[in-house]
Design a protein around this ligand. Structure first.
Ligand code: 2M8
Length: 452
């Protein structure tokens, strides 16, 4: 149980319901991100689902990450989707047959399961460490040993993954991760990317049929067709380059420094540093990782915007900051190592009318995009709704920054949102209405973590 949390009536039922959601989406050694809308293994979903699973069975949790890393590319990249070979082709678009990664991308795995050529925020070292920690808290000797073996086994893959992000995805050596597609950010249609996407010129490409709209009540909950045209065009370019990192870094039309992925990487490097001690890695690894942490924090500091009191993404193509008030601006809370002054300013922004201080909110939970943004939309995916993954990331960050009462509030409000609305993918910020997919795996995983 988290320090200071008194169990509430109904907690036990909620725990059992969360467990049932994860059991239903369990594919044996990996978990579908959602029952219908997302029938494959998604990278950052699985990295965080492992934390929830650890409360049920640390060995199954370790397996979640192990399965994902079996599809790690030769250059260290952990793919954003590992496609389930048994899922019918029409169950998700774009699926394996659209990416056709077999043989087309020299660094990709050559045998099924096939993967997309993109990646997602690197939460995996954080997930792996939590799996081991939770196993230690549970105190079952055999499982503690097994999760320690898991850390030993996964450590080289984690190190290679972080190295890929800090070399191929940061050839400039800024500590900031470059992404090549909004899908890589995990916050697909966020206004964070509007400016950079507008500049992408779409060329000739085959027609396509979306599958996602069949699984939501209302199309306004998903990205628009215009968004999808750009998403698919960027996939065409990446395929044409055969995912050659040198070509991508020189001429891909969408190249942005993503502050959220960069902060998550700093956090993951802090956790990787702990893992490296646990597994007795060479001192030189620890020095490398510690250098990555300082570099990442400096990079984030360079993205600070005094007017917004937030950190802003940067368009590598135009060299300009991408001005949008979204939760990603709070990234320095996640990467830590902040001055008291910076922390105070970020918390002030969080409390301001742009975020938690907006009186229209159903609950004081951070909306993905500020309601004061011109492009805010309360139902549209990453353009406004409240996401449990956002609340979980901020909750953990606040705990680590020594803000237990703020963290606790976020936790209780989030649990309350799920108690009323169910295990939704996201929630309308002014009404709390559940939106997107129901029975979303990571929502259930966060509930298990919050209740323990
Ligand atoms: C959403 O993204 C996928 C594409 O990757 C989609 O809309 O089809 C995002 O919310 C992403 O962050 C998440 O990992 C994925 C699965 O939950 O769904």
């Amino acid at each position: 149980m988290h320090v200071g949390r008194t169990p509430e009536r109904g907690d036990e039922d909620l725990f059992l319901e969360a467990m049932a959601v994860l059991r239903r989406n369990d594919m044996g050694d990996w978990t579908k991100a959602a029952p219908e809308l997302y029938p494959h293994q998604w990278s950052w979903d699985s990295g965080l689902i492992s934390v929830g699973l650890a409360h049920l069975d640390p060995l199954r949790a370790a397996q979640e990450i192990r399965t994902l890393f079996r599809s790690q590319w030769r250059n260290g990249k952990v793919p954003h989707i590992v496609f389930n070979p048994l899922a019918p082709p029409e169950s998700y678009f774009p699926g394996a047959e659209h990416w056709t990664s077999a043989g087309d991308f020299p660094d990709a795995p050559t045998a099924p399961p096939y993967t997309s050529a993109l990646c997602q925020p690197p939460v995996h070292a954080t997930g792996a460490l939590r799996v081991w920690e939770i196993s230690c808290e549970r105190g079952e000797e055999r499982k503690i040993e097994a999760t320690e073996r898991f850390l030993r086994e996964i450590y080289p893959g984690l190190l290679a993954w972080h190295r890929y992000l800090l070399t191929d995805r940061d050839p400039q050596g800024t500590g900031l991760v470059t992404i090549y597609h909004p899908w890589e950010s995990g916050t697909d249609n966020s206004p964070r990317w509007d400016g950079a996407l507008r500049a992408v010129e779409v060329g000739e490409m085959p027609g396509f049929r979306r599958q996602d709209l069949a699984h939501v009540d209302d199309p306004s909950e998903r990205p628009t067709d215009a968004d999808y045209v750009r998403y698919l065009w960027l996939v065409e370019v990446i395929k044409a380059y055969r995912c050659d990192e040198r070509k991508l870094r020189r001429s891909h039309p969408f190249r942005v420094k993503d502050v959220l992925a960069s902060a998550i990487l700093v956090r993951a490097n802090m956790d990787l540093a702990r893992i490296s001690s646990i597994v007795g890695a060479p001192e030189s690894d620890r020095e490398t990782i510690s250098g990555w942490i300082s570099l990442g924090r400096r990079g984030l500091e360079s993205c600070w915007d005094e007017e917004y009191g937030l950190c802003l993404d940067r368009d590598v193509v135009s060299g300009e900051p991408l001005r949008a008030r979204t939760f990603a601006g709070f990234s320095p809370l996640i990467s830590g190592g902040l001055s008291e002054e910076r922390k105070a300013r970020l918390l002030e922004t969080l409390d301001s009318k742009h975020f938690l201080g907006d009186e229209r909110l159903a609950r004081p939970l951070p909306p993905s995009t500020s309601p004061s943004e011109a492009l805010f939309h309360p139902r549209s995916y990453w353009r406004g709704p409240v996401w449990p993954v956002v609340s979980w990331l901020l909750w953990r960050a606040l705990l680590d920054l020594g803000e237990p009462s703020r963290a606790r509030k976020l936790l209780e409000e989030s649990l309350d949102g799920v108690r009323t609305g169910g295990f939704a993918e996201y929630f309308e910020p002014f009404t709390g209405e559940p939106l997107g997919s129901m029975d979303q795996s990571w929502t259930a995983a966060f509930v298990l973590d919050w209740l323990n």
